[in-house]
Design a protein around this ligand. Structure first.
Ligand code: ZN
Ligand code: ZN
Length: 413
């Protein structure tokens, strides 16, 4: 037996006025998702707990069966390993942005005019081998990722994640001084390093030839790097060891890839999987089918429904759900359904009205040879609430799937 879990990021929603009080899932044409609901068992799921809006990082920890409230230690390290940057157990990782500030260090644009990746890479070259005077024992690893985004790792002894960030999050605000968040010398030292580094970033970048070229072309200079979200890589029991399975993930998003990698899963990169509206879902479906030949558990993530909700683009959200339906159709047509469980869910609700993650439960369906089918015929937030799975928590889903695969151990004698 094998299992495939398909996650539409932020796919669940609330009833929307522009859809006549339907949710995007209710408004979308999605025969294949409905077929799974009809022939499978449905339910709703509090990914973390009722009423708690999860970030995509903790949500994916939960979907992979972990107790996110216990193991979560910040987002930076996941993004780093998801991007292919090696993170050692004691490294302190930050998420960073190239940004634009004025001469008084007030933020003009937190994304440096959404600087192109190729330009950000040229600037990042300057920070390949930085050492700060007085902190020669700390290795500084800086890597740009996509557009204005970057990762910073501090590697060395006596460092701490208990520090604030330099990013004020708002235009017009001054770059923040990084502060220790506890009384330990480690936090003091880490904050000091980060403050010196912020100054160093600005000094190097403000006169960088590329930024002078950018200003001459009427573009915003990327003249500072802002840091936030100090974290470490959590020590997760790998899924292959916990359940005796082989597991692989297909996602375009560094954060999700990072969580999956931290869970001991292999990663498959699919060309055409972009993490945006134009992502090639059939290429993902095809990769999933191929992966099922050699892996017991295949995780497929589609990012764009969440982007549509954050953008308030209801039409795009409906269209993305219809694309996920095509992905499901391709998979159901091409796998041996007598030997495969197919589960579909969302990692959280994202309201296209509030444009934020919300704490409402998400629908979930499990289709496969031995599930106890129920009367539900539609894969939507409201109909799944009456399904046979009832209301579960995010961290329950993987054990339920693993039990169907015959991979869970008996509790007790
Ligand atoms: Zn998400
Ligand atoms: Zn989101």
């Amino acid at each position: 037996m094998k299992a495939i879990l398909i996650v539409g990021d932020g796919m669940a929603d609330r009833p929307l006025a522009e859809l006549n009080s339907k949710t995007p899932l209710e408004a979308a044409t999605k025969p294949s998702l409905n077929l799974l609901a009809e022939k499978g068992v449905c339910g709703i799921m509090d990914v973390i707990a009722p009423g708690i809006p999860p970030g995509s990082d903790v949500a994916h920890l939960a979907l992979l069966g972990y107790d996110a409230e216990k193991v979560y230690s910040g987002r930076g390290a996941f993004e780093a390993i998801g991007f292919g940057v090696e993170v050692l157990p004691n490294d302190v990782a930050f998420r960073c942005n190239f940004a634009t500030v004025d001469s008084k260090l007030k933020v003009i644009d937190r994304r440096a005019g959404r600087i192109a990746t190729i330009d950000a890479a040229r600037l990042a070259e300057e920070f390949k081998e930085v050492t700060l005077q007085g902190h020669e024992d700390v290795q500084i690893i800086f890597q740009n990722t996509i557009q204005h985004r970057a990762i910073l790792l501090l590697r060395g002894v006596h460092l701490s994640t208990m520090v604030s960030g330099s990013d004020p999050y708002k235009v017009g605000k001054k770059v923040l001084e990084v502060r220790p968040l506890d009384g330990a010398a480690e936090a003091e030292k880490t904050a000091q390093i980060l403050n010196e580094l912020t100054y160093y970033f600005h000094e190097v970048l403000k006169s960088h030839p590329l930024n002078i070229e950018r200003e001459m072309a009427g573009l915003l200079p990327a003249n500072i790097v802002l840091c936030r979200g100090a974290g470490k890589l959590p020590d997760l029991a790998p899924l292959p060891l916990q359940y005796g399975i082989t597991a692989v993930a297909i996602s375009a998003m560094p954060l999700v890839k990072g969580v999956c990698k931290a869970a001991g899963m292999k990663l498959i990169n699919v060309s055409g999987a972009t993490g945006t509206y134009d992502t090639n879902v059939l290429a993902k479906a095809n990769a999933a089918i191929k992966a099922l030949r050699s892996y017991d558990f295949v995780f497929v993530h589609v990012k764009a429904p969440d982007i549509a909700s954050h953008d308030g683009r209801v039409d795009e959200k409906v269209r993305m759900i219809e694309k996920i339906d095509q992905l499901v159709e391709y998979i159901t047509r091409n796998v041996d359904l007598s030997k495969t469980y197919i589960a579909v869910t969302a990692d959280h609700t994202t309201s296209s009205y509030t444009k934020e993650h919300e704490g409402d439960p998400v629908p979930v369906v499990i289709y496969g040879p031995e599930v106890r089918t129920d009367d539900i015929e539609e894969f939507t937030e409201r109909s799944c609430a009456r399904g046979g799975l009832g209301r579960i928590r995010g961290k329950d889903l993987l054990p339920i799937l693993m039990n169907l695969l015959g991979k869970t151990k008996k509790f007790g004698a």
